[in-house]
Design a protein around this ligand. Structure first.
Ligand code: AMP
Length: 422
C-alpha cells in the first residue's frame, strides 16, 4: 500500500471518468444559463457564523462542520453547502433583483463515509433572490428536472412538500412539540434530549424509534395558512402544466432549518434507499433577513454530483465512452523526434486533437501507443519522409491498408479535410 492515500470520505477522479464530471457541469451550465442564471463563485471557507444560520440543531452544523481557527485567530469553516455563501454574497454586493445565480463546487461534511456519502462532495445548484412568486419555485424545480432528463435519467422522482411560513409554522411547531412531548420516551436518545430545540428535526430522523413516532404526527401541509395554501396550489398547478410528475411527501423537512413554504427533493429510484436523494431544495424567504440583509425571498436547489453520477451508472446512462473527445491524430516520428514536437504543435494550433509518444521509442512502440490513443489517423514521419519533405498519413481504422503521402506543407489543411470528411 502506498504511504499516502486520500483521507477517508474523499477520492480522486482520473480520466476518462473525470470526463463525466466535466460533461455533467457543462450540461448543467447549459440548462441554467439558458434560463438567465449567471455563474457565482464564492470562497470555499467562510466565517463559521454564516453556517450557524443553517440551524444550530441540524447535524450539518452540530456534528459535521470542518471548522478551524486560522493563523489570524478567525473562526472559519469549510463550507458544508453553498446557499449560505450565496446569501452572504447577495447581502454583501446587493445585485439588482431578481438575482439568479448558479454554482458548481465542493462541500465538506464530517460524515460517516460510505457509498454515496462522502466528506468532500460536489454540488451544482441555483439560487434565485427577490421574488416570492410560486412560478419561480416551478422554474427552479423544472430546471433540476430537465437537467436530470438531459443526462438521460428516467428514474428520478420529484417529492414535494410545504413547510409553511412565519404565520403558520409557529402554531404548527407548537402542535408538533405537544404531540412529540407526549411520546418523548419513544424517541431516539438524541431527540428525546433535544426535542425543544427543534421538533421538526424528529421528522427528519432516520432512527427507527423516531420514524415510528413521526409516522403519526400532525403534518404542516394540513395546517398551512391561506397564503401558503395558495402558494402551494400555484406551485403544483405549474408543475402539472409543465407535465412534471411529482409526489407529495408530507414528511419532507430537509436537513437544514432555513426552508419555508416549498421544499422538494429529487430521488434516484435506481439507487439504494439510504442514499438515494440526488438533490433537493426549496424556498428560504427568511434567510436573507436572518443573515442581516433586507427582507428578500429566495428559492434554490443543490444537486449532488457524485449521487447523480451513481444514479446514471445505475441506470446505464451518461456513459464515459460517449463523452470524452478522443484524440484524432497521433504523430509517429522515427526520424529523430523533432518532427513530432513541431507537427503536434502545428496540428493543435489548427484545433486538431493530437498526441505523440516521447523518449524516442521504436516505431513499433509508437504505433502501439497510436492504437491505444484511439486516434483515427497516424501521421508518420521516418528518415525517408523527413528527407523528401513529406509525411505518410495512415487511417488506423483500415488495418493499415489506407495510406497516403502528403507534402508536409499541406498536412494541416489536408488533415482538416480528412477529419471533416469523417
Ligand atoms: P443537502 O445540502 O443536504 O440538501 O444536499 C443536497 C444534495 O447533495 C443531496 O441530495 C445529495 O445528493 C448531496 N449530498 C449531501 N451530502 C452529501 C454527502 N455527504 N456526500 C455526497 N453527496 C451528498
Amino acid at each position: 500500500m502506498p504511504a499516502y492515500q486520500t483521507p477517508p470520505g474523499t477520492f480522486d477522479v482520473l480520466a476518462p471518468q473525470s470526463g463525466r464530471w466535466q460533461a455533467l457541469v457543462a450540461t448543467f451550465a447549459r440548462a441554467v444559463t439558458g434560463a438567465g442564471y449567471g455563474l457565482v463563485l464564492t470562497p470555499t471557507f467562510e466565517e463559521v457564523a454564516i453556517f450557524h444560520r443553517l440551524g444550530d440543531s441540524t447535524d450539518v452544523v452540530r456534528k459535521e462542520m470542518y471548522d478551524f481557527e486560522d493563523k489570524g485567530g478567525r473562526h472559519l469553516a469549510l463550507r458544508p453547502e453553498v446557499t449560505a455563501s450565496v446569501v452572504r454574497a447577495y447581502i454583501q454586493h446587493r445585485p439588482t433583483t431578481p438575482w439568479k445565480a448558479w454554482y458548481a463546487g465542493s462541500n465538506f461534511r464530517y460524515e460517516k463515509a460510505q457509498a454515496g456519502r462522502y466528506r468532500e462532495f460536489h454540488q451544482v445548484g441555483v439560487e434565485a433572490f427577490g421574488s416570492g412568486d410560486a412560478d419561480l419555485d416551478v422554474e427552479v424545480m423544472a430546471l433540476g428536472w430537465e437537467f436530470f432528463a438531459a443526462l438521460g435519467l428516467a428514474e428520478v422522482e420529484l417529492r414535494l412538500n410545504s413547510l409553511g411560513d412565519a404565520t403558520c409554522r409557529p402554531p404548527y411547531r407548537a402542535m408538533l412539540l405537544a404531540y412529540l412531548s407526549e411520546r418523548r420516551d419513544q424517541l431516539c436518545d438524541e431527540h428525546r434530549e433535544r426535542l425543544e430545540e427543534n421538533p421538526l428535526r424528529v421528522l427528519d430522523c432516520k432512527r427507527p424509534s423516531c420514524r415510528a413516532v413521526s409516522a403519526g404526527t400532525p403534518r404542516q401541509l394540513d395546517h398551512l395558512c391561506e397564503p401558503c395554501e395558495a402558494h402551494f396550489a400555484r406551485a403544483r398547478d405549474g408543475l402539472d402544466h409543465l407535465g412534471i410528475p411529482y409526489t407529495i411527501d408530507t414528511a419532507l423537512v430537509r436537513g437544514l432549518d432555513y426552508y419555508t413554504r416549498t421544499t422538494f427533493e429529487y430521488v434516484g429510484l435506481a439507487l439504494e434507499s439510504a442514499q438515494n436523494a440526488v438533490g433537493g431544495g426549496g424556498r428560504y424567504d427568511m434567510l436573507v433577513e436572518q443573515m442581516g440583509g433586507p427582507p428578500t425571498p429566495g428559492v434554490g436547489f443543490a444537486l449532488g454530483v457524485e449521487r447523480t453520477l451513481l444514479a446514471c451508472a445505475a441506470e446505464g446512462v451518461f456513459a464515459v465512452e460517449d463523452l470524452s473527445p478522443a484524440i484524432e491524430v497521433f504523430v509517429v516520428d522515427f526520424a529523430g523526434g523533432a518532427w513530432a514536437r513541431d507537427l503536434t504543435a502545428e496540428l493543435r494550433a489548427a484545433g486538431i486533437r493530437c498526441d505523440r509518444a516521447f523518449d524516442a521509442r521504436s516505431a513499433k512502440a509508437q504505433f502501439k501507443a497510436a492504437d491505444r490513443s484511439g486516434a483515427r489517423f497516424a501521421v508518420v514521419i521516418g528518415p525517408d519522409e523527413a528527407e523528401a519533405g513529406t509525411v505518410a498519413v495512415k487511417d488506423l481504422g483500415s488495418g493499415g491498408t489506407d495510406q497516403r503521402t502528403l507534402r508536409r506543407a499541406d498536412l494541416v489543411a489536408e488533415m482538416g479535410k480528412l477529419l471533416g470528411a469523417g
